[in-house]
Design a protein around this ligand. Sequence first.
Ligand code: B16
Ligand code: MG
Length: 213
Amino acid sequence: MVKACLFDLDGVIVDTAKYHYLAWRRLANELGFEFTEEDNERLKGVSRMKSLEILLEIGGVSFDEETKEAMAAKKNAWYVEYISKMDSSEVLPGVIDFLTSLRENGIKISLGSVSKNAMIILKNTDVDKYFDAVIDGTKITHAKPDPEVFLKGAEELGVDPKECVVFEDAQAGIEAAINAGMHSVGVGSPEILGKADFVISSFNEMSLNRLKF
Ligand code: B16
Ligand code: MG
């Protein structure tokens, strides 16, 4: 049995992708071009500045660094406005039951997200109390597939990477787990997350006896 579970946030604990989408689309529209939900798929698990680069590439426009920083800040202010209205009803199915059974069985829990807004989301949805460690975008310098976010989580929990399992909805996140020498469970579609040890479509399919690798 593993000793620690490390969770990505967006797409695993909650679905904040829709709020990222609304905020990025608002920016794109302000710049005079469309941004579709399909385009938004390319931003999942990607850092804020890299997401902006992709958005500007889709719109076929370019700006200097200072303007890009201001645009990212503007998008983030809109995004924060949306997520400030979130509550516990937005936690994805099966997540609370699974987190509860982990705690009852002494398995440590860490967050491993590249989002700089992770703490607000955890607090608003009332899941912060389940976490022994929170590693987010404010604590890392390398984005996934770099293993930094998960290695820091394991270190803070005092657990060997080999005894950790990562839950991820993004391909780059599964690669980060592999690069960290950890087990991984994909949350979503097996076509995208094929490198994971196994894939679930929701936490309703998850139980402690599946944590033996
Ligand atoms: P922020 P995760 C990621 O969260 C999102 O999937 C991605 O779409 C977003 O751009 C990134 O966080 C940065 O978020 O702008 O809030 O710092 O999947 O790593 O939990
Ligand atoms: Mg994610």
